[in-house]
Write a protein that binds this ligand. Sequence first.
Ligand SMILES: Nc1ncnc2c1ncn2[C@@H]1O[C@H](COP(=O)(O)OP(=O)(O)O)[C@@H](O)[C@H]1O
Ligand SMILES: [Mg+2]
Length: 354
Amino acid sequence: MRFLIQSGKTLLVSGPASLKLQEGEANVFGAPFKPQQRLIVKREKQFAIEIIEESIIEGDFGESATYLEIDDTTIPESWFEAANTFQKSNNKKLLVIGSTDTGKSTLCTFLVNHILKFKQSVALLDADIGQSDLGPPGTLGLSIINKPYIESDNLNLDSMIFVGKTSPSSVTEKVINGISKLENSVQKGTSIVINTDGWILDTEAIAYKLRMIRQLDPNMTIILNEGKEFYNIFENNLPFMRIQVPKFIKTRGREDRKKIREYHYKKYLKNAIHTNFSLNGIMMEGFLPNRIEGGEILGFLDLNGFLIGIGILEYINRRKQILRAYTNVNVRNVTSIECGNIRLMHDGSEIDWE
Ligand SMILES: Nc1ncnc2c1ncn2[C@@H]1O[C@H](COP(=O)(O)OP(=O)(O)O)[C@@H](O)[C@H]1O
Ligand SMILES: [Mg+2]
């Protein structure tokens, strides 16, 4: 299909689709949509192509794909305000908070792309362990970005921290400390945009996010929330902005979110093989003696406690001091192995706990 679209309009495309800008000028979430570049919109995603100069866009659409021409931008006014505030006050650290499907990841993309207009590089720190943009689910990821991006899947991963769970409630300290650790690895002076998990709607969650804010001490916390629940925690003068959830969100159901996680596990298990690890001199964490069944996600960590890669536990032979795993991690660099609370098949699909 070919679209001729006037400047100022937006083509909202929900995947699976493949797009090409034949002529004209367009942006996606603040990054240029380069002419002749092929832009893949995955099934679970939606891209808003903002037309700067009248454009011709060619699109191939999969079965469940949709497209919609809109007269305006789909980026809320308050997103521009947030970006401008950041620029004006030369803020270094931004924390993005919001429930699932409120546009957190997209806002991070938008902010990073905006900051890159006047900074050489920006650190994106992804702490959404349930729906990670960087790294497999159950991990925290860091990417130092120096050119605008549209699809986070294509970003370089600079460091990761293993958490081993996809919901934060029982690992809150681990998540917060992990963020601090990643943050400390970023060169001083670099702006940091931190994305977080979507657990915010009960008192425990609010307490957790408040602890996170206190410990990380961002220059600004951006809350994607229309509701009141979260507002109350900010009585103690922490700098924050409440901004709008976009009107055109593509929501995902529980099954969709599971599929997205599985796609990502699979990606990070690419080229995995059955590997034996000698446990001599290797630290082990999180292996609960009576609960090991095989299938558990493993984090292989380096000397500094950063995650090298994940794997799936096959078995442990304590007598021979051998752990066998399905992984693409090289035995040589591993200093410790952590056992997580997610169980996986070799193809990345999740196994439910009985
Ligand atoms: N401003 C926007 N315009 C168009 N689509 C958007 C916008 N914000 C988010 N979306 C789409 O809605 C979906 C959910 O947004 P996302 O940023 O992934 O939310 P979250 O990270 O909070 O779960 C994504 O497919 C995204 O592309
Ligand atoms: Mg997200």
